[in-house]
Design a binder for this molecule. Structure first.
Ligand code: COA
Length: 378
């Protein structure tokens, strides 16, 4: 058997067949089930996009109504999960809490032991609704606020903002979040989705796969980058620094600028196009212009200096901040959306499963290395 080494970080390696998401990194095209992300961002909703990801086609009106109702009905958390959320130390971050709570959800799921297709779809409905609930409820609990009951009349995005803030969101806020959720819902074999598929392929369960995926998403090279972008903007603000000079010094020190670069896109990330324009619009509407303005200045500079493009995380930072969302909720909100893609990939993996078990090119001491008795080791 050949053991040719893959590119570092598996760059360029095609590791699965999938009918869910197609990306052309050279042309900057992203599509879900063949439909261009620009079409979905303008015309779809998170619910419809999730249906598309799970079922391979757009729903009829009746199917969409039924699907939306099913998601709303799934907004039920076992009281034991609320008790668990109350038990975490004050130092717990929302991402750690989400990872742990999602793991715990399986113990309260009626389909826990059933790994067949229909059970995984049922679990996917519950997980999709409950990830959002956990993020919103934990944020209120840590602030000493009451838990807000879900509102079945609201869509996924609006219900999340309602449960987070305890007040009905504006049209603009729910629409902005809904579009952000569409844009984040899937992205082929990104690190967290690949992790989810690897876990699912052992015939473990969807909760384990999603728990692992959340762990992968948390890292600053993946979903954690949106929080890092905002912390950078806050630091510029705190120091009263010039954004371009600040970033220029970082580049000179060989530091990476979060929110730039991508393994697959060699041109503009099509998701950034929408997030940039939403960030700009919110900045005009709110009168708080510095986050967008500084982001734009940084983007133009980094692009000119390094040829790097803003990715999905760059403008989600200023977008979410202008919506009044706390920084450490940014990556959890990525998960509130990406759960749709993780579920689609786990279901697809299990519908035609084979264990995912690659090989490593061995670069350790030559075989056979001698076993030296402990008293004879130097
Ligand atoms: N800032 C500055 N330089 C960057 C950079 C960034 N954000 N992203 C990549 N580069 C540079 C690297 O330093 C490297 O330069 P070199 O060849 O001179 O050493 C080159 O571009 C290739 O980068 P590399 O890290 O090898 O690319 P990758 O495909 O392994 O990584 C990312 C892709 C996304 C992890 C990387 O671009 C990155 O770390 N970005 C910041 C984190 C981020 O925004 N993540 C969210 C991704 S959606």
């Amino acid at each position: 058997m050949s053991t040719a080494v893959a590119g570092r970080g598996l760059e360029g390696i095609v590791a699965a067949n999938s009918g869910i998401c197609w990306i052309d990194g050279e042309a900057g095209i992203l599509s879900y089930r063949g439909i261009d992300i620009h079409e979905l961002a303008v015309h779809s909703t998170f619910e419809e996009t999730t249906y598309l990801l799970w079922n391979g086609r757009l729903p009829s009106e009746a199917e969409l109504t039924e699907f939306t109702a099913q998601l709303a009905k799934s907004r039920v958390l076992d009281p034991a999960i609320i008790t668990l959320l109350k038990s975490f130390p004050a130092t717990a971050t929302p991402m750690e809490v989400l990872r742990t709570a999602v793991s715990a959800l399986s113990m309260y799921d009626a389909d826990e032991k059933d790994n067949l297709h229909d059970a995984n779809v049922r679990k996917s409905f519950r997980l999709t609704s409950q990830v959002g609930m956990i993020v919103a409820i934990y944020d209120r609990l840590r602030k000493g606020l009451n838990v807000v009951e879900p509102d079945p009349a609201l869509n996924h995005a609006a219900n999340f903002l309602w449960m987070l803030n305890g007040e009905k969101p504006s049209e603009t806020a729910s629409k902005t979040l809904d579009v952000a959720l569409i844009l984040h819902a899937d992205h082929e074999l990104n690190a967290s989705t690949f992790a989810a598929r690897v876990i699912a392929a052992t015939l473990s369960d969807i909760h384990s796969a999603v728990t692992g995926a959340i762990g992968a998403l948390k890292g600053p090279l993946h979903g954690g980058a949106n929080e890092a972008v905002m912390r950078l903007l806050f630091e510029i603000d705190k120091q009263g620094a010039d954004p371009v000079a600040f970033v220029s010094a970082m580049l000179a020190a060989k530091k990476k600028i979060s929110g730039f670069g991508h393994r697959v896109y060699k041109t503009e990330d099509p998701r950034a196009t929408h997030l940039r324009s939403m960030s700009e619009q919110l900045s005009k509407d709110s009168g708080v212009t510095r986050w967008y303005d500084w982001s734009r200045q940084i983007e133009l500079y980094v692009n000119a200096q390094k040829g790097l493009n803003a990715n999905v995380d760059f403008y989600s930072a200023s977008t979410y901040t202008t919506l009044g969302i706390d920084v450490d909720l940014f990556t959890p909100i990525f998960a509130v959306s990406r759960i749709a893609g993780w579920a689609a990939h786990v279901i697809e993996q299990l519908d035609d499963n084979r264990l995912i078990r690659p090989r490593a090119e061995y670069i350790g001491p030559a075989y056979p290395a001698p076993y030296v008795a402990v008293e004879e080791r130097g």
